[in-house]
Design a protein around this ligand. Structure first.
Ligand SMILES: Nc1ncnc2c1ncn2[C@@H]1O[C@H](COP(=O)(O)OP(=O)(O)OP(=O)(O)O)[C@@H](O)[C@H]1O
Length: 262
């Protein structure tokens, strides 16, 4: 489990994370949502130690990550997998080399063991016959799959995904979302996903944290969102006319179902 406790972070005297406390559970897809500039990426980067926080604690199990020794930090970092917005694959390396990269860097596995692990991960994300291809030869969805394979190659306990659906069509986005959720449950990973994508929220949001102006404004599940009366959350989630219609239709169905139950 990962916990943020009273986390504050500012840049040049401007508070960007304002006393955030949140708990991220293993085996769950924990989403961080919020409008552009609300502080989602800063929170994610603070959780993985890419930003030093001003105050508060970031706990990985019993270990306070932001106050831990270099040795403990290195240990926890090896248990993290990351999926960045654009995939962040190495352009000059093949698919196989990209996925193998963390194994080359952090393990003393034999060539045969590494090959088997890479094959297993590529197979798990349904990428076949692409080992020798370069990122420029892949579709956007394939790039994301390879990025997921690389993120899980070290058997991570923690998976961080920054906008994993950016640049993908809705159908491919749903496939990537479901792959992240399946892997999270299968390997009991604590997964944290930053997203603007409301389809993702409704598809995979086990727990959702809504950040507004750097504060944790709301927390709940995808079902709670439909019935929440938090005005800022409602304005953010149901911004389009279509989304407003879906919400009112769902609420009418909910009221009717409740009436039938009486
Ligand atoms: N390295 C930095 N130096 C100064 N200010 C920063 C830095 N990183 C982020 N900020 C500021 O912190 C605020 C929150 O940024 P953040 O990137 O976390 O937003 P976000 O919610 O992830 O937005 P988006 O959804 O558009 O990616 C913004 O006002 C941004 O300008």
């Amino acid at each position: 489990m990962i916990q943020a406790i009273d986390v504050c972070k500012s840049f040049d005297g401007r508070l960007v994370l304002d006393n955030i406390s949140a708990q991220f559970e293993p085996g769950k897809t924990n989403l961080i949502i919020g409008q552009s500039g609300s502080g989602k990426t800063v929170l994610l980067k603070s959780l993985v130690g890419l930003h030093q926080i001003d105050s508060g604690r970031i706990m990985y199990g019993d270990i306070c990550f932001n106050q831990s020794s270099l040795k403990e930090k290195r240990q926890i970092r090896q248990e993290m997998g990351m999926i960045f917005q654009g995939g962040a694959l190495l352009d000059a390396s093949t698919v196989e080399e990209n996925v193998r990269f963390p194994l080359d860097l952090f393990t003393d596995m034999s060539t045969k063991e590494k090959k088997e692990r890479v094959e297993f991960c590529l197979c798990r994300v349904n990428i076949q016959d692409a080992n020798t291809k370069f990122p420029s030869e892949l579709s956007g969805g394939m790039v994301k799959r390879v990025a997921i394979a690389r993120a899980i190659v070290m058997n991570p306990k923690y998976l961080f995904c920054d906008e994993p659906n950016s640049g993908l069509d809705p159908k491919t986005s749903v496939m990537i979302d479901n792959l992240i959720k399946e892997i999270t449950e299968e390997y009991n990973i604590t997964t944290i996903v930053n997203t603007h994508d409301m389809n993702s929220v409704m598809e995979i949001g086990d727990t959702i944290i809504f950040i507004h102006h750097g504060k944790k404004w709301w927390q709940g599940t995808k079902d709670d969102i439909l019935h929440s009366d938090n005005k800022e959350l409602e304005r953010f989630v149901f911004a389009s006319a279509m989304a407003k219609k879906v919400k009112s239709a769902t609420c009418v169905q909910h009221i009717n179902a409740t009436d039938v139950g009486k």
